[in-house]
Design a protein around this ligand. Structure first.
Ligand SMILES: [Zn+2]
Length: 102
């Protein structure tokens, strides 16, 4: 997830915190309009693999990468290909990895 910025007062809060509220209103001014800002990159890799990275602009440089999703094939240490899916979402505290040989 990423941060939401109140369009009225500029208050910044985590999107997960906003969604957890009974009414998604700014806790500072009560406004209901927010702007979400994040950087996203999509890499097309060999063997039809893709990797999506989402960075949050409000984090320090070493913590900007908030979410990464890899789907496709990757070589293991012996050089053989394996099917792999990996999801890392730091804000949602999720780590999922599925690996299968082919
Ligand atoms: Zn506000």
């Amino acid at each position: 997830m990423t941060h939401s910025v109140c369009k009225q007062c500029g208050h910044v809060l985590l999107m997960t915190s906003l969604l957890a509220l009974e009414k998604p209103l700014c806790p500072k001014c009560g406004n209901k309009y927010f702007t979400m800002k994040f950087h996203c990159s999509l890499e097309f890799l060999p063997h039809g693999s893709t990797r999506v990275k989402q960075k949050g602009p409000y984090h320090k440089s070493d913590k900007k990468l908030r979410r990464e999703h890899f789907v496709g094939m990757e070589a293991n240490k012996d050089g053989g290909l394996m099917v792999k899916e990996r999801l890392i979402d730091k804000d949602a505290d999720v780590y999922y990895e599925y690996v299968r040989g082919i």
